[in-house]
Design a protein around this ligand. Structure first.
Ligand code: FCB
Length: 475
């Protein structure tokens, strides 16, 4: 049993993360045009309770207060995303000066408070103009993204050193165009795979555009929600189901981005859905750009088996739909990993994070890693004293940070950890029903209340170590 505090390497980056559509609100302000999430959330039946990001946490007007909160909590880095339709309203052509000014002000204030800005260029809010022109299944969207990336780099490149092209392209492609649970809500597996390729291409083209503009010390990355896929049993069928899901969850992105090619088994597995003729000569070279680190988002592991009976069974944690987000995998069953769950129904399993980090670092030696999201939703509420007590979230974070520490001890080059999320916010198709923040938001008054987990996290970030586990806490 460990009895002393677990220290992290000097310079380990302690951060927190958000995304534009989930927090900003002000959707009609200045030059901003609708994104696919504005349109999707206003479509009846798409988002729980009919919630939209119209107001969200009104961060567009509360950003100074939100940065002050982070500063009080000793947060070292803030990962936020830039809203494409705010900065380039029609998805092509010139930038909006007002849109860029918002992010200039935000980054200046962060730097002023000693908080490192970490910019994500795309966290799912495609301008609806580009969806009307075909969206991610359309090749031109990748070129539009590179143009937009260049505009943001021109505006913020003198003050932001850490950049991420895409957040979780798996969700954009397979929830957006496969299961339809996310915007734009389309349900065609061939389009989902086309979207995946064009997101890969967008990443490669954007990295090139960033390198052309940014100083040599810029750190450029992409964030993937790598699935830690385990087979239900050791049987050949279950092991093969895990291989196939790993292919369309992870290797369809890491293959071209990190190794310069689509894995042959992924192309073969999906042959009934598409012939991959949308991959043009030279594309995989363009996608395969050197990266300074890889961002990994982890919440919960994935457990699969090969379907044996006729019962259909899907609980992959990615929302209910009659359409699967998994192309050509209708004979794979998803199972709930045993153990306690969060308010999302996701199993709390820090060993999955440890195993995932070891696998990624083993597969890609020399590539530093950063955990760009990890956290949990619970049914938080403010008590009559106005406090929000969330011991379950503290336990979740403690378990996962212990796993992170073990991974570092085992030799993983892990540079930082970003807690999802700074604030309770618009949780996509779940609307405001799920609270992931370390800071509670009373949506009626926009009052912010740091939860107990925020105070706990502040101690960890300040000490650069996890407190020794309390005697008898089971660690
Ligand atoms: C991730 C998203 C983030 C948030 C968390 C809970 O998939 O990147 O925006 O929704 O899940």
């Amino acid at each position: 049993m460990a009895t002393s505090a677990l220290s992290f390497p000097p310079g380990f980056l302690w951060g927190t993360a958000t995304a534009a559509y989930q927090i900003e609100g002000a959707v009609h302000q200045d030059d901003r045009t609708p994104s696919i999430w504005d349109v999707h959330s206003r479509t009846p039946g798409r988002v729980r309770n009919g919630d939209t990001g119209d107001i969200a946490t009104d961060h567009y007007h509360h950003w100074r207060e939100d940065i002050a909160l982070m500063s009080d909590l000793g947060i070292g880095a803030y990962r936020f995303s830039v809203s494409w339709p705010r900065v380039q309203p029609t998805g092509s052509g010139p930038a909006s000066a007002k849109g860029l000014d918002f992010y200039r002000g935000l980054t200046d204030e962060l730097l002023d408070k000693g908080i490192q800005p970490v910019v994500t260029l795309y966290h799912w809010d495609l301008p609806q103009h580009l969806e009307d022109a075909g969206g991610w299944p359309e090749r031109d969207t990748a070129y539009r993204f590179a143009e937009y990336a260049g505009l943001v780099a021109d505006a913020l490149g003198d003050r932001v050193t850490t950049w991420t092209t895409l957040n979780e392209p798996w969700c954009s492609a397979f929830l957006g165009y496969g299961s339809g649970v996310h915007a734009p809500g389309r349900t065609d597996p061939a389009d989902a795979l086309r979207a995946a390729h064009h997101l890969n291409l967008a990443h490669g083209l954007a990295v090139r555009a960033l390198r052309e503009r940014l100083p040599a010390e810029a750190q450029i990355s992409v964030t993937l929600n790598l699935h830690h896929v385990r087979p239900l049993t050791e049987s050949a069928g279950d092991t093969d189901a895990a291989r196939r899901i790993d292919g369309v969850a992870n290797r369809v992105f890491t293959g071209p981005m990190l190794d310069g090619a689509y894995p042959a088994d992924v192309i073969e597995d999906t042959a009934s859905v598409t012939d991959w003729s949308f991959v043009q000569d030279g594309d995989t070279e363009l996608i395969h750009q050197p990266l300074d680190f890889l961002g990994v988002n982890y919440y919960s592991p994935t457990l699969v088996s090969q379907r044996t009976g006729t019962a259909t069974h899907r609980s992959d944690g990615h929302g209910a739909s009659d359409h699967s987000p998994w192309p050509a995998a209708d004979d794979v069953d998803f199972h709930q990993t045993p153990g306690p769950t969060t308010a999302m129904g996701w199993t709390v399993d820090p060993s999955g994070l440890y195993e995932l980090l070891l696998r990624v670092s083993g597969d890609h030696p020399g590539l530093p890693l950063m955990i760009t999201e990890n956290g949990a939703a619970f049914d938080d509420y403010a008590n009559p004293e106005g406090e929000v007590r969330d011991p379950e979230r503290i336990a979740y974070l403690e378990g996962h940070l212990t796993a992170v520490h073990r991974a570092i001890e085992a030799g993983v080059d892990l540079r930082g950890y970003f807690l999802w999320s700074l604030l309770d916010n618009f949780e996509w198709s779940y609307g405001y029903s799920k609270r992931f923040g370390m800071v509670y938001v009373d949506y009626a008054s926009q009052r912010r209340i740091p939860k107990s987990s925020a105070h706990w996290y502040a101690k960890v970030t300040r000490a650069n170590s996890l407190p020794a586990p309390a005697p008898g806490s089971g660690h």
